[in-house]
Design a protein around this ligand. Structure first.
Ligand code: PLP
Length: 336
């Protein structure tokens, strides 16, 4: 089996991200003990889960001699913002193709949050409509940059291919070490699942280590069957990239779409209540598109008795807080 050090990588996280216990929230919910792993910490570009994936993609871009990075996403994409920050800080140029995926046309969504940070970074952005063919749009930009004598490197959707998922193989190794140091075993790792690379990387990482732990992804982009299929395929591709002989079956992929609501980026009442609850009990902020919905799924799972009182749950905080500023009006209505 290959080691992570066999791949091109640049370090973007200067330390192991801490795990902390959410005692007040766990007591309030009266269910299992909840812990969080702080992958939301702001090491660079407002941080978040995409940093771990970018360690491998930007490492690969450097090895290939690229000088400009192309990233894609929704208008309020966290990946686009953090890719731009990392690319610039590593001496690359960066261009973003941002799709109008969520039908929100108010000023907060159009100009605040991640869009504001992209603007401050002053990278070139191309705004395209919801029905744009992203593959063609990316190819066109790539050709244009090559014609101008540049060497582009394209970050795949969500940075979620096998290479990007290695970032979460690394995180699985970290969690396994932390469990040993803390002398405890988590029954579940719980997280949001969008383009599935984070979930797939954790799954592949724990399988490769032969650590038996359930990974539960709350899907915030697609329904549970599409998300589970993507996650399984990607986890298998990741093991293949590692030359690992570990096996992953469909029963290993736990996905729940009950927190999705009407679709990606569309707020739900439970997301708003959960963002408020976690802030009030623990002083921690979840984002409205990923963490707010996934944690809402966890809270309702606890209320439905799906997680037992004596269990220990590790919730992966994935960042995305700039998104809150794009969803200002949801948090003003109905508050004190
Ligand atoms: C803040 C945040 N959390 C979670 C995710 C989901 O990660 P993945 O796309 O690997 O499923 C994303 C992806 O965009 C994100 O920005």
């Amino acid at each position: 089996m290959k080691k992570l050090s066999d791949f091109n990588r640049i370090k973007l996280l200067p330390m192991v991200t801490p795990i902390q216990s959410l005692t007040r929230l766990s007591d309030y919910l009266g269910g299992p003990q909840i812990y969080v792993k702080r992958d939301d910490l702001n090491f660079i570009g407002e941080g978040g889960n995409k940093l771990r994936k970018l360690e491998f993609h930007i490492g690969e871009a450097k090895a290939r001699g690229a000088n400009v990075i192309i990233a894609t996403g929704a208008l309020q994409s966290n990946l686009a913002r953090v890719t731009a920050a990392v690319a610039l800080s590593q001496g690359f140029g960066c261009e973003l193709i941002l799709k109008s995926k969520v039908r929100r046309y108010d000023d907060d969504y159009q100009y605040n949050g991640n869009v504001l940070l992209d603007k401050i970074l002053d990278v070139r952005t191309y705004n395209v409509s919801s029905d744009a063919d992203m593959l063609k749009t990316v190819r066109r930009l790539e050709d244009k940059l090559r014609d101008a004598g540049k060497k582009p490197y394209i970050i795949p959707f969500g940075a979620s291919d096998a290479l990007g998922s290695l970032g979460y193989v690394s995180c699985a190794n970290e969690i396994a070490d932390q469990m040993r140091e803390m002398d405890l075993r988590f029954d579940y790792v719980v997280l949001p699942n969008g383009s599935s690379g984070t979930h797939a990387g954790l799954l592949a990482g724990f399988k490769a280590l032969d650590v038996d732990i359930d990974i539960k992804g709350y899907s915030v982009l697609d329904n549970d069957s599409v998300t589970a299929d993507n996650t399984l395929e990607l986890a298998r591709d990741t093991l293949k990239l590692l030359d690992s002989r570990a096996k992953i079956g469909s029963s290993d992929v736990l996905v729940d779409d009950r927190c999705l609501g009407d679709g990606y980026g569309i707020p739900t009442r439970r997301m708003i209540e959960t963002v408020r609850l976690v802030a009030e009990k623990e002083g921690l902020f979840l984002d409205p598109v990923y963490g707010g919905k996934a944690f809402a799924g966890l809270v309702s799972g606890i209320k439905m008795g799906k997680y037992r009182r004596n269990q220990k749950i590790l919730y992966l905080m994935t960042g995305g807080v700039p998104g809150l500023y794009a969803y200002r009006k949801e948090f003003y209505s109905g508050s004190h």
